[in-house]
Design a binder for this molecule. Sequence first.
Ligand code: ADP
Ligand code: MG
Length: 326
Amino acid sequence: MTIPETNMVPLDTISAKLVWLRDRYWRFGQEETLDDALLDLFEVDDEGQMTDEPRRDPLTGETEGLMVLGMSGGGKTALLKRTLRANPILTEFSIDEPGNTLFITVPPEATIKKLAEIILSETGYKKIDPRLRAADAWEMARHRLGVVGICAVVIDECHHILRPGQGRDVLAAIQALKHIMQSQHPVALIIAGVPALRDALLSEPSGETYRRFSELHLASIRPGTRSARLFETNFRKSAEILGLDVDEADDFPERILFATGGQIGKSVKLAKNILRGAVTRQRDTLCLESAERVFRKSNVQHTLTPFDTAPWPEVRKELEAMGWGP
Ligand SMILES: Nc1ncnc2c1ncn2[C@@H]1O[C@H](COP(=O)(O)OP(=O)(O)O)[C@@H](O)[C@H]1O
Ligand SMILES: [Mg+2]
């Protein structure tokens, strides 16, 4: 389903409102940064528009990589998926849909061989011999990317394959990533994960793989920044579409960002839960008491919360004095 982002009319049924709210992506200002970083991975045409041809080093033929880093719940997956919906060039590939970008999510226990098998299977190659060696599985996987016309591979939760442990070969995993960028069929590589992903790549003594990646760090939303203003706009606009009155003096967006330490995923989730609570109870106004109840459901231990009904500057001062953290 595509969700129009502008000129929206208020929705009338509860179920329509809840579906709309659930699927709504909240821009937070990193969309342009990601688009900009992606532009560098591909050739541009004479209008300066990105093409689907990965940029290759003229001497080695190798492509480039981008590393998207952020805390868990920091909004990496949501941002990448949203980019694949919005970017005019990169579209998500699946066996049933045409597309040029393969999006892989690494399961927590996956080994490097498992990842190659996932690529094979996602690209429609089902006759995988379990006795296949990891190196051969990777060679087939890289070949497969060419066969189905992939120009970009996104490996989400990539830190999982670089975790040390028994029977796990971190160096081989790092090199498998490098080989994707050295493949005969050129593909740009985007990897996403927690900051430990970067550290893991740096553990390769030659640093060869690490230097092929540029980095995009998703930071938390700090008060007073453009991201904070975008968050506020998203919140107000969503409330309006849902038919909820919000008193500006209640400072909901600031309280929510404070409550979650500005972590994008957590902030959006809390904001949506507060809005959802009001919609399901058929309220027409948002109040701090019910926001506090929503917050307490997953944060029972606090005596004073950011949703206390006193004016926000006072509440914040008191919370800060208590050394409050989410
Ligand atoms: N910009 C956003 N708009 C709407 N929901 C978001 C946004 N960013 C994150 N979320 C939601 O927050 C949660 C955590 O985000 P996610 O992208 O999974 O984080 P990460 O991949 O960094 O761990 C998810 O439920 C996701 O849908
Ligand atoms: Mg994720």
